[in-house]
Design a protein around this ligand. Structure first.
Ligand code: NAD
Length: 308
């Protein structure tokens, strides 16, 4: 493969300013060009993009500026011999900090104070409501980049961490590792259940009514993975019934979350707009990843984060 231009698709604007990203990508000896949604591609082209377009498979290499590439038709890329890479590896700190923020907010009741502040109310919590993360158990499902970012920070706060991973192999700072078939056992004693796995055929709808029944009534669900890993109707039912205490949700079955969704209305649900990985230096992080692969192509080495 020989890369003659890096095309920055305008769709990257959904996560960062395309101009800043294009600028950060320069300096690898390959021309960088911003392109619109009618651009055609051919041999020698690399494309950096947020989402998929059929024209991309005519390029030599396509880089998805997100970790989750569930919306890409991977088989089409494989059939065309087009390399597809994703951006896993860069969200451990951003999402890890956000998840710690959710947990601290819910445990220390900061969301309730902020809600009361809007009404200029000096509203003390009920005596039993506030708790500390120290000593509480968190179950992290998926121990990749996001999962590790959560595990290490939760452990540093004195939480007991259990995890779910397909291999079941031990992991640092995780006291017990369960395989996915034991999900309900894994979540049973946790105060927080954090979803950090990719959306796949196996994980779609993985967290539904039986998982909520297995969870503690004072437990919170945190979803920073992808909306469809959770059955949203079952989640709403579990929240209504008091089967779980609340949730912190960054991702949803439909985004933006429709105005009529009941999830907006729960006091104990934090809704964030798919922004847990947001940072003002995203363009630098992703440009570094793309730049590393530009160098690898020049050196004839295998690409980092290749998924097709
Ligand atoms: P990653 O590839 O580093 O880690 C994912 C981990 O999940 C892997 O270790 C994988 O083996 C594991 N996994 C796969 N199937 C599983 C299953 N059935 N049960 C348990 N574990 C399973 O990816 P990452 O960078 O950690 O990102 C994970 C996902 O989080 C992405 O695919 C994306 O959908 C989502 N994500 C969301 C945001 C956000 O802004 N909310 C940001 C980054 C990533």
């Amino acid at each position: 493969m020989h890369i003659e231009r890096i095309a920055v698709d305008e769709s990257v604007g959904r996560t960062m300013p395309p101009g800043l990203f294009a600028e950060a990508l320069s300096g690898h000896g390959v021309p960088v060009e911003r392109v619109g949604d009618d651009e055609e591609f051919g041999p020698g082209d690399a494309v950096a993009t947020f989402g998929h377009r059929d024209a991309f498979v005519d390029a030599d290499w396509v880089h998805c500026v997100r970790a989750g590439y569930d919306e890409f038709p991977v088989a089409d890329y494989e059939d065309a011999g087009t390399a597809l890479t994703n951006s896993t590896g860069v969200h451990g700190t951003t999402v890890g900090e956000t998840v710690v923020g959710y947990m601290l907010t819910l445990a220390r009741r900061l969301h309730a104070y902020r809600d009361a502040q809007r009404d200029r109310e000096w509203d003390l919590p009920r005596y039993k409501e506030p708790f500390t993360l120290d000593g509480e158990r968190v179950c992290v499902v998926g121990l990749g980049t996001l999962g590790r970012g959560v595990v290490d920070r939760a452990a540093a706060l004195g939480m007991e961490v259990v995890g779910v991973r397909r291999s079941g192999d031990p992991a640092e700072n995780v006291s017990t590792v369960f395989t996915p078939d034991r999900l309900h056992e894994a979540v049973a004693d946790a105060r927080f259940v954090v979803l950090a796995m990719p959306l796949t055929e196996e994980t779609a709808g993985m967290v539904a009514a039986p998982a909520f029944e297995a969870m503690r009534e004072d437990a919170y669900l945190v979803n920073v993975a992808r909306g469809p890993v959770v059955d949203e109707a079952d989640l709403v039912a579990a929240l209504d019934a008091g089967d779980i205490a609340g949730a912190a949700l960054d991702v949803f079955a439909e985004e933006p979350l429709p105005a009529e969704s009941p999830l907006w209305g729960f006091d104990e649900v934090l809704v964030t707009p798919h922004a847990s990985a947001a940072t003002g230096r995203y363009h630098e992080d992703i440009a570094a990843l793309v730049g590393e692969n530009v160098e690898k192509i020049a050196a004839g080495e295998p690409l980092t984060n290749r998924v097709a």
